[in-house]
Write a new protein. Structure first.
Length: 228
């Protein structure tokens, strides 16, 4: 269970995914399936899902995590455009070049953000970075033990932050989601998914135990009939 809003600790039982995987493609058109706090900024992602698994969260870092860079791109476009405006005739060329510089810089920043994708499913947590050369981190939700949200004063004003997940195991793996929008909402989403997975495991265990008891009773009944 998470405590204090920003820091928490939760441990759940061991879970085993036994269903065969299938290919899934999450698009903006499917946004209605997501909770309201994570509908904005949903990105397409491709990953293999188990039969009973679905995607809860799929985003890149928020553009607000590059707020300073975006401001610099705008200022660079204005300065370059002003210089060309003063030097070159006709005047509209300077305006066009200034706009082009700002758009190119903004596009470069968008490509940088798109290299990183954060995905949370009902079973797993995934961080993928890169286009051609990719780095992938993945862990099951039941391995997450500590969750920490780090926000500076500026990040709190921009409503972004870094969510740091510590996982169980000797390797001490850590998963960081940097520059995510509404980090507290993401922490609550993961905690809710952990609770749901834990309850589902309990339900499946109860069903299996009931089926085993029914089989034992049926076998005893058959043995009793045979003895007669």
């Amino acid at each position: 269970m998470l405590a204090g809003g920003h820091d928490g600790r939760r441990a759940t039982g061991d879970r085993r995914a036994v269903a065969p995987p299938r290919e899934a493609w999450t698009t903006v058109a499917a946004a209605s399936r997501f909770p309201p706090t994570v509908r904005r900024g949903i990105v397409a992602t491709t990953m293999e899902l188990h039969r009973d698994e679905r995607i809860l969260y799929a985003q890149t870092p928020s553009w607000r995590s590059q707020f300073g860079e975006h401001l610099g791109a705008l200022l660079a476009g204005v300065l370059v455009g002003a210089v060309v405006f003063l030097v070159v005739d006709p005047d509209w060329i300077g305006i066009l070049i200034g706009v082009a510089v700002a758009l190119l810089a903004t596009g470069y920043l968008w490509i940088q953000r798109s290299r990183t994708k954060y995905v949370v499913t009902t079973h797993r947590l995934r961080v993928r970075e890169g286009f051609v050369s990719k780095e992938l981190q993945e862990t099951r939700l039941d391995r997450i033990q500590n969750v920490t949200v780090n926000q500076s004063v500026v990040q709190r004003l921009l409503r972004i932050g870094t969510v740091d997940y510590d996982t169980a195991g000797d390797d001490g793996s850590r998963f960081q989601m940097n520059g995510v929008a509404n980090p507290d909402a993401l922490v609550r989403l993961v905690d809710k998914a952990q609770r749901a997975a834990f309850e589902e495991d309990r339900r499946q265990a109860a069903i299996a135990e009931a089926e085993a008891d029914a089989a034992v009773r049926a076998r005893r009944a058959d043995d009793a009939l045979d003895e007669r």
